[in-house]
Design a protein around this ligand. Structure first.
Ligand SMILES: [Zn+2]
Length: 473
């Protein structure tokens, strides 16, 4: 596993843009077709996969609706939902907000309750078994009429304890949000959250409409909003969550290469972008794949990946205290990751004759200023009270008294600065020193021997620890 994959796996995440019917893997499609005696126009799993060569959204939707036909009984909807939840549970996803398309089923004569009960049973079981929480969002198919959407909302009314919001999906072009203004108003009056696909293939005007006419709480996709500077400013100002789906954009030819994906630009513009899988069975990757492949293609750094994971909770329809709890957990994970990296440095540093008296991890005393991926990005901690150096540089105590902390004059060493971006530590107050460059704190060693770990930003931490971070972090 690469550092990138390890980080993505380690981060708790929420998924906010997932169509349950789009998680129907070819194997399950085949099994359900056999179980229900339903003919599908493919004779093998390979033939289905081969058909997943789309050139636009409509291409995909044509196959998506064929796949849906195999879903008939409550058990089918349970199995579909359970397969998805099991998969993302393995990927360390802690919360999901999933879409379902009741019209794709009720129009085939499947009762609304059959669909809802199967899905809900799986969602409840995931929460009971794993603490994986969820919200269910009913999507209206936008290629159908608003009247049909209103009928669907009527069917949902007795079940609002299990449905948290409404969404708008299917063929975007030619079906602007304004077509569904009344049904969204009605949904809002029922206290439901509102989201809509906008700016996936449609123009920025559709995003404006979703905000102004549908009063959405989130925008699904939103890629084309970037074409409109005023809109970008507004999305940033309002901290509107965008549920971005990179592999979907690639498969549906919204971009030619993943390297062209605007996700990094969205973050740089201050937009609250998130990473999601959309229809993972069809688009070649679940949520972690979306993070990993996109990060590799557009060179996202660890800070950006962590921000994306945090955004997934900030944009979730969860109570504020639960969001805070998830964010705190991400911070704890980031500390853990950096601690492991620093431990690796400690072991490496032990080879240097710096007179290390003892090495001990102290993750709870470290504040990660910068998330880190590799050992060379580690921070450094000193415990002056116990004479312990955590990251491989000489402990201080008396040692520091002999050099940095004991020396009232700030010390700098231009030779080291040239080699590793700094070579300076200075007295802070008796018994403590502020380390600027990360070498042995005994001056003679600093002169003669250096260690290639530049650090900066040191400050006194709790209980006599110094907290430092890498210049390269
Ligand atoms: Zn979607």
């Amino acid at each position: 596993m690469t550092d990138l994959a390890r980080l993505v796996q380690a981060l708790p995440k929420a998924e906010l843009h997932l169509h349950l019917e789009g998680s129907l893997e070819p194997e399950l499609m085949f099994e359900l077709a056999r179980r229900n005696g339903i003919a599908i126009p493919y004779d093998s799993v390979e033939a289905i996969r081969a058909a997943y060569d789309f050139s636009n959204l409509q291409d995909f939707l044509d196959i998506y609706y064929v796949g849906m036909n195999v879903l008939v009984t409550e058990a089918d909807f349970f199995d579909l939902t359970w397969a998805y939840l099991s998969r993302v549970h393995d990927e360390n996803v802690r919360h999901v907000e999933v879409f379902f398309d009741p019209q794709g089923h009720t129009d085939r004569g499947i009762p609304f309750e059959t669909v809802l009960n199967g899905i809900s049973r799986a969602l409840d079981k995931a929460e009971a078994d794993w603490g994986l929480t969820s919200r269910l969002i009913l999507c209206f198919l936008r290629h159908l009429s608003e009247e049909a959407a209103i009928e669907t909302l009527e069917m949902a009314k007795p079940h609002l304890d299990r449905i948290h919001g409404v969404g708008l999906d299917s063929s975007e072009l030619g079906n602007p949000p304004s077509k569904f203004q009344r049904v969204f108003e009605a949904a809002g009056a029922l206290g439901l959250k509102r989201v809509a696909h906008a700016g996936e293939e449609g123009p920025p005007a559709y995003v404006h409409e979703a905000l102004d006419l549908l009063k959405v709480d989130r925008i699904d996709h939103g890629n084309r909003a970037l074409e409109d500077g005023t809109l970008v400013a507004r999305l940033g100002r309002e901290q509107m969550t965008l549920t971005v789906c990179p592999l979907s954009n690639l498969r549906l030819c919204g971009i030619k290469r993943l390297e062209d994906h605007p996700l990094k630009r969205m973050l740089a513009l201050g937009l609250r972008a998130t990473v999601n899988s959309d229809d993972p069975a069809y688009f070649g990757g679940y949520v972690n794949d979306n993070y990993i492949r996109t990060a590799a293609a557009i060179d996202l750094n660890a800070d950006e990946i962590i921000e994306l994971a945090k955004n997934s909770f900030r944009g979730a329809f969860l109570p504020a205290e639960e969001i805070e709890r998830h964010l705190a957990e991400i911070d704890a994970v980031v500390e853990g990751v950096s601690w492991r990296a620093r431990w690796a440095v400690a072991r490496r540093c032990a080879r240097y004759p710096f007179g290390i008296r003892g090495i001990r991890p102290a993750p709870n005393l470290y504040t990660a200023r910068k998330p880190v991926l590799g050992a060379e990005h580690a921070g450094i901690d000193f415990d002056f009270d116990h004479g312990i150096c955590v990251a491989g540089i000489d402990r201080s105590g008396r040692g520091a008294g002999q050099s940095g902390a004991g020396d009232p004059r700030p010390y700098s060493h231009p030779g080291h600065a040239a080699r590793s971006g700094g070579g300076r530590f200075e007295r802070r107050r008796a018994g403590r020193c502020q380390l600027r460059a990360g070498y042995d704190v005994r001056r003679e060693h600093v002169r003669r021997k250096s260690h290639p770990i530049p650090v900066s930003g040191c400050q006194s931490g709790p209980r006599g620890f110094l907290q430092c971070r890498s210049d390269r972090g």
